[in-house]
Design a protein around this ligand. Sequence first.
Ligand SMILES: [Zn+2]
Length: 448
Amino acid sequence: MVELLIKNGLIVTMDKDRRIIADGSIAVDEGRIVSVKRGHSGKNKPEEVIDARGKIVMPGLVCSHTHLYGMLLRAAPLKIEPPTDFSQILQRVWWPMDEAMNKEDAYASALISCLEFIKTGTTLFADTFSGPNAISGVLDRIAAAVERSGIRGIISYEATERHTHAEGARGTKENERFILKVKKERMHRVYGMFSIHASFTVSDELFKYVRELASRYKVPLTVHTSEGLCDLYHNYERYGKRTVERLYDAEVLGPDVVLAHCVHVNDDELAIIKKTEAKVAHNPMSNMLNAVGVAPVPKMLSMNIPVGLGNDGYIFDGFENIRAAFLLHKVALRDPRAISAMEALEMATIRGAELYGLENELGSIEPGKLADIIIINPERAPTPVIPESVTGHLVNTVSGNDVETVIVGGNVLMRDRKILSMEEEEVIKTARKSAERLWQKLGAIRKR
Ligand SMILES: [Zn+2]
């Protein structure tokens, strides 16, 4: 039996040979890809056929680092003294927002974010939520939104000792509780992990404790690392070490660790990342927005350090993030060769899956893998869309709005841009209500 056949598409497989197949077909059964080939002959009559003639077929995008609740800050007219650096952005924007969040806001923001991810072609994300007044049980609400949307999410609570040590312990406990629940209930689209805010808000004791838990439960551990200079200076002042050196000395680093950002890392720190097989989530658009600097991503890639692409809660369209990664390093290094189109695509697909140990299940179109597939209509492309040009078009032409069909685990979540898994209008209405309440609480708008 074949449940679903996608035929006549231009397939960008992202498999190990990075094959591109013209007039290709993909057969899907029981949520997994069973064949990928040129043409579509076969004995089995499929239950459902999608004709992808003239369209690009590729793996669903992976967002390696996000904060779903950041969606509620979109265009917020905050009445604050404009921050002049990253620390002030945290103190004046993010931390007041964290404190205003309740569990239903977490649910509403997760739902609208999943909707935006589907509409722009992302099928797996890694999220860390922060809200000191909504810790216990919040991951259940975020998981409920992910389940309802139909996509995949690795979700976590971001432990921090910003206020007290007890706060860090509570955040970690929430992760531990949820990881056990995922296992017990055999959730298959929602994954757990441990998350620590950043080395400037966390003690060595909490680092060591969380490291031990991540090993015990065999789940990833993520931490913001030298995103802004404040992280680096804090570690210098307190420990006489650079950020990655401190993490290394505290024995935090390993193949299951995803370091978000790594903007202010030097060559010695890159050598440590390489040696410990830790991974990096790069967030170019957020780095630009926060004016923190440019991560040495081309150097990381030349050292074969796995780098995935994240949005850090800012722009959810993965194609915009791909384009930003493609462009940012060229201007920073004044070298048009800094990052190739294929490298930018890899960060948003197979490399992203690798960051979280899911490269054998997701991130490419290959027999045996889970059927997370997107179909793009490049009708606006001004030049031919052929195997030789398709990677160029994905990086330079396509936007999330061109994604027509989204499939996760063989289930069609969006067809011809119509969302099938949720009521789009209701999701938007709920998000706006939450945002309005939050904006009032933050003093950004008056009660109406
Ligand atoms: Zn972040």
